[in-house]
Design a protein around this ligand. Structure first.
Ligand SMILES: Cc1cc2nc3c(=O)[nH]c(=O)nc-3n(C[C@H](O)[C@H](O)[C@H](O)COP(=O)(O)O)c2cc1C
Length: 149
């Protein structure tokens, strides 16, 4: 079974906590996960194969910027325009609906990967920290992710 690389874009830790929970849940379902708290673009993209699989958990900050831990990765992703085929991926975007730029970083990431020929496994989950229970919502969404594998 393919290893799932979990990419974490966080500034204040909420998304890291969520990613840890998801990793545990995936491991309980028999999957192997690798958590990337500061994802390295070169490392993650240098040898993409049919098995490559990313679950990106990304908080929005600033005016829809990526969480701090993923700023370098985002710069590389948006500047290098690499072809990411045959990567498969899914996105959990974390944000707060009181911002006009709700979940913008996760949306940008999703759009960019699609442009780079990566294959979206399931529709992006958007978590609104103002209204949602993040763990419950993510846990329910994870079932559709698991089914798509
Ligand atoms: C300074 C600041 C800016 C934020 N900007 C946005 C934003 O542009 N869009 C959004 O959806 N959420 C925004 N948020 C909400 C965060 O995404 C939310 O608090 C999230 O839980 C932070 O996740 P983290 O702890 O993993 O960094 C912002 C929060 C802060 C404190």
């Amino acid at each position: 079974m393919a290893t799932i690389d979990i990419l974490v874009g966080t500034t204040s830790g909420n998304t890291e906590y969520l990613a840890d929970q998801l990793s545990e849940q995936l491991e309980q379902n028999g999957h192997t996960t690798r958590l990337h708290y500061e994802p390295d673009y070169t490392e993650l993209t240098q040898e993409l194969t049919q098995e490559s699989l990313w679950l990106a958990c990304i908080a929005s900050h600033g005016a829809g910027d990526y969480g701090d831990s993923m700023l370098d990765f985002a710069d590389d992703l948006h500047q290098q325009h690499a072809d990411l085929e045959p990567l498969r991926y899914a996105v959990i975007a974390v944000g707060d609906s009181c911002y006009d730029t709700f979940c913008k970083a996760g949306r940008d990431f999703d759009q960019e990967l699609e442009k780079r020929n990566a294959k979206r496994l399931v529709e992006r989950l958007e978590i609104d920290m103002a209204n949602d229970d993040p763990e419950e919502k993510a846990s329910t969404w994870l079932n559709s992710f698991l089914q798509a594998l």
